[in-house]
Design a protein around this ligand. Sequence first.
Ligand code: PBG
Length: 327
Amino acid sequence: MRFPAYRARRLRERQGWRRLVQETTLSPSDFIYPMFITPGSRVRQEISSLPGQYHLSADMAVEEVKDVADHGIPAVLLFGLPESKDAVGREAYSDVGAVQQAIRGMKKAVPDLLVITDVCLCEYTDHGHCGVVEGEHIANDATLDLLCRTALSHVEAGADMVAPSDMMDGRVQAIRASLDGKGYAQIPIMAYAAKYASTFYGPFREAVQSAPQFGDRRSYQMAPPNAREALREVRLDIEEGADIVMIKPALPYLDIIARARQTTDLPLAAYNVSGEYAMIKAAAANGWLDEPRAILEALTSIKRAGADMILTYHAKEAVRLLPTLDW
Ligand code: PBG
């Protein structure tokens, strides 16, 4: 393959060749669109830390998912905000919580759209941690019961899949058992399997006011330098019954996505988190990046690394941009 016998540029010279040899392709079916559900009605308020994303009350969220479905996107991921926060996140598992109401409305209005719910307590607790607090300690096993109740309340409202993001040990197994026990053996679980203690969640925490009021999340989320540990987390969640495993964040962890891809044949998801989105938006707003190309290049890299599906705030705009892009 020595020069001049092999000239790599031969197949780069023309658009037709470039299209033929393209190895990775994005399509609307790759995306899951995250949404923020807030109490009340007729609420549609832009989130300052996530330009282009909105706090939506259940009624407005139902309107929104019609648009998501029209984009050809197969699924949404719901986060909820409570009326008021407390020590044990009661509204997370309330039958009449904003998320539970939104699920019912969505399943009625657009039955084919898959409604996935984030299962966690941090948006609902006044201390902002993802579990029950005992002193300065986040109690693992005492949290499991509340996570199971939350997952169950989502499924009873009609959720198609639950996605625990809390990072407590054993929660996939606990949720699997409680769903099975209530006759929901058919409902799959997407595990946030390797979730890092990342600074790239900043804009999300501002959006749901879930920054921990003391300490940080390092006692339950993973340390960024660790890769083998991520593979162990993936393996554990699979053993506990996960149907889809997720790596989060995505762009700073493409190596983890690629390695996870080689260690499991289960579907693999990657979460292109709020900070990854906000960086592109901020740079584009300053005129420093060509926004459409930056979005599609970033999402393509996540797919190329091995993700089968991408949770991304860019989902709708990416679908609109796809036909405009020639690599
Ligand atoms: C809840 C949760 C978080 C995100 C998803 N689920 C925040 C956190 O762990 O602090 C982050 C999503 C994003 O940044 O887009 N545990």
